[in-house]
Design a protein around this ligand. Structure first.
Ligand SMILES: [Zn+2]
Length: 213
């Protein structure tokens, strides 16, 4: 938490002086969050995770996963590198956001992506839409929903208690930070494109919020 935070926006000031005490209030009013400190202050249990979007050939074959992705382009003076990072923020209890950013160094890209993940936070509607479980709890999602990003399409399906997160490691990070414990996933398209995969997953949560229940 940034205790030396000096709010720059009207919303930030309202959060700082205690006029606004919950994120839900902000979403209800339709305010746009532009300062990550707002989310840090209102969600004390906020955590972040870096999605491993990069890869380099490992010793003895295979791909070694790396936190950031480096892409090169040619320039008159030689190669120029661009570092991309993808970060998830969430409180493991119904709020999650993702942020993508580029920078000239790892640290800069990760810092920028972390700020964006906080700013992009959304409420996650959890529930138990599994007919096999039907416990009325919040361990899964309320109904089957899809999301898209680029050529990726993902369908998330409610799973009964105890099934766990039936999704790849990077997808698990998003589910955990959102506070989902049981889920089934079907994906279409190039699922190795992790940025699109994670964006499509995040869009599933956005689409759940758009669906009137
Ligand atoms: Zn259940």
């Amino acid at each position: 938490m940034a205790y030396d935070w000096v709010p720059k926006t009207k919303l930030g000031k309202s959060v700082m002086n205690g006029e606004i005490t919950s994120l839900d209030k902000i979403f209800e009013q339709g305010y746009k969050i532009t300062e990550p400190e707002i989310v840090e202050k209102l969600l004390p249990g906020l955590k972040t995770e870096i999605v491993f979007i990069g890869g380099s050939p490992g010793k003895g074959g295979g791909i070694k996963r790396t936190p950031t992705r480096r892409t090169a382009r040619m320039h008159r003076s030689g190669r120029r590198y661009k570092i991309s990072a993808l970060v998830i923020a969430g409180n493991e209890d119904g709020y999650v956001g993702i942020g993508k950013a580029v920078g000239t160094e790892n640290r800069i890209a990760i810092e920028k992506a972390t700020k964006l993940a906080k700013i992009n936070i959304i409420p996650v509607q959890r529930g138990c839409g599994s007919w096999e479980c039907n416990c009325h709890g919040t361990h899964s999602i309320p109904f089957t929903t899809s999301g898209k990003s680029g050529s990726n399409k993902i369908v998330l399906m409610p799973a009964p208690k105890g099934i766990g997160l039936c999704i790849g490691d990077e997808g698990k990070k998003l589910m955990r930070l959102a506070g989902i414990r049981d889920i089934w996933v079907k994906s279409y398209g190039n699922t190795r494109a992790r940025v699109n995969f994670l964006s499509a997953l995040f869009n599933v949560f956005k689409n759940i919020n758009k669906t009137k229940t």
